[in-house]
Write a protein of this length. Structure first.
Length: 107
């Protein structure tokens, strides 16, 4: 395997370190949700915090490891993301010129 697309874990910093050390190429995204009942505490974030963390991940890891790492914005699912986070994520992806990863057929 020479490249993979991570569908959205929670720990982009750990993924970035692993990709750097292993010599792989990867597209990393943080699985992001801002609504839904019964969410694990790691997923229970405000819209602003979720976007801030993703932007920090992108600024830290995008084009790192001699350009082998790319970071995209991530959205978990349509039923766990508010209209606000979806629209703002699209705007940020346009601003940074990167993609958006989202699960669309989970059930």
């Amino acid at each position: 395997m020479t490249c993979f697309a991570e569908p959205g874990g929670q720990y982009v910093n750990g993924m970035g370190r692993a990709v750097s050390e292993l010599g792989l190429r990867g597209i990393l995204a943080k699985s992001t949700m801002d609504m839904g009942e019964g969410l694990s505490p790691v997923w229970n974030e405000t819209t602003q915090h979720a976007l801030d963390v993703q932007t920090e991940n992108l600024e830290r890891w995008h084009q790192a490891a001699s350009g082998r790492i790319r970071v995209w914005f991530g959205l978990r699912t349509i039923f766990n993301d508010s209209d606000e986070i979806i629209v703002r994520t699209k705007s940020l992806s346009d601003q940074y010129g990167v993609g958006v990863h989202m699960h669309v057929a989970e059930i």
